[in-house]
Design a protein around this ligand. Structure first.
Ligand SMILES: [Zn+2]
Ligand SMILES: [Zn+2]
Length: 292
């Protein structure tokens, strides 16, 4: 079956206008499997749908995998729970993720109970199952989901003290590995060895040098410098390396700068850094709504 990777959001906590919160979709035929639900997730899915990806029609969003509970990866969660329901998704949303996901989910449902009650018992008469969430907290790494299209393996990545999982999707025509937020890891290289697409976070190595020492330390422990991504990719040899969640280390709180131009400049520099560090495979910077 025709498997594609659709990038719904490639951003970070920074509210860059053209980089939505991290969210990706592995689309297998007419079914979509989301990884993360950063801000903008449902609108972005809708944009992709109107560009011809039928599986991303919002009411068809039924399955999602969460890498970790940081806000940039989860702030679209209420949107993913409720908007497709309002658009008549008939079944509960299935979500897999780290410990703590149950707690987050039940609190979101509680926060919106007035709306849920009104839609079910008021004039609007929404269906009574589409807002529900079937949560699976991952107990141990391994294959955590399988159906007739895909098998999904969760593997632990290293993101400070927060539990974070990367996911490996295997379908009958492609293998796609998505890292979530992580420091450079042998395990990522191992899981991604020979895969079709490795979607990996990255940070601009020259940019980090401008940060205060405490931030340099933090970023190096929990994220992957472009120069380190090169060794991960050299080891894994994916057919295609796609970067996302690019940390530019620039001030975006200044609307006098030409933000798209500044980002493009750093994007180019990140690719140069990856190549200069010795990776000569195919690498691109993923942008919102790119389809691979
Ligand atoms: Zn993040
Ligand atoms: Zn994070």
């Amino acid at each position: 079956m025709n498997t594609r990777l659709v990038l719904l959001g490639t951003g970070t906590p920074n509210a860059c206008p053209d980089a939505n919160g991290p969210s990706s979709a592995v689309v297998v035929g007419d079914r979509a499997y989301l990884v993360d639900f950063g801000p903008g997730v449902v609108r972005q899915a809708s944009k992709a749908y109107f560009r011809g990806i039928d599986a991303l029609r919002p009411d068809l969003l039924t399955t999602a995998f969460c890498t970790h509970l940081h806000t940039d990866h989860t702030a679209g969660y209420p949107d993913l729970i409720f908007t497709p329901w309002v658009l008549e998704r008939p079944v509960p949303l299935k979500v897999f993720g780290p410990k703590g996901l149950n707690h987050m989910t039940s609190h979101i449902l509680q926060a919106y109970e007035t709306d849920i009650d009104f839609r079910i018992h008021g004039f609007e008469k929404a269906n009574e199952s589409g807002y529900k969430v079937d949560v699976t907290e991952i107990e141990k790494p391994g294959i955590i989901y399988e159906d007739d299209r895909v098998s999904v393996e969760a593997f632990p990545v290293s993101h400070g003290t927060l539990t974070c999982y990367g996911y490996k999707f295997v379908t009958d025509d492609r293998t796609i590995v998505i890292t979530g937020d992580t420091a450079p890891l042998d395990l990522v290289a191992e899981k991604a060895t020979g895969c079709d697409i490795l979607l990996h976070e990255v940070e601009y190595a020259a940019g980090i040098a401008c940060r205060e020492p405490k931030w340099q330390k933090y970023h190096q422990e929990v994220h992957t410098l472009s120069t380190d991504l090169a060794w991960v990719a050299k080891k894994a040899q994916p057919k295609l390396l796609v970067t996302y969640h690019r940390i530019y280390h620039m001030n975006i709180q200044d609307n006098r700068i030409n933000l798209p131009a500044e980002m493009a400049k750093r994007d180019e520099a990140i690719l140069d850094e990856i190549r200069a560090a010795g990776y000569d495979g195919w690498v691109v910077n993923g942008q919102d709504l790119d389809v691979f």
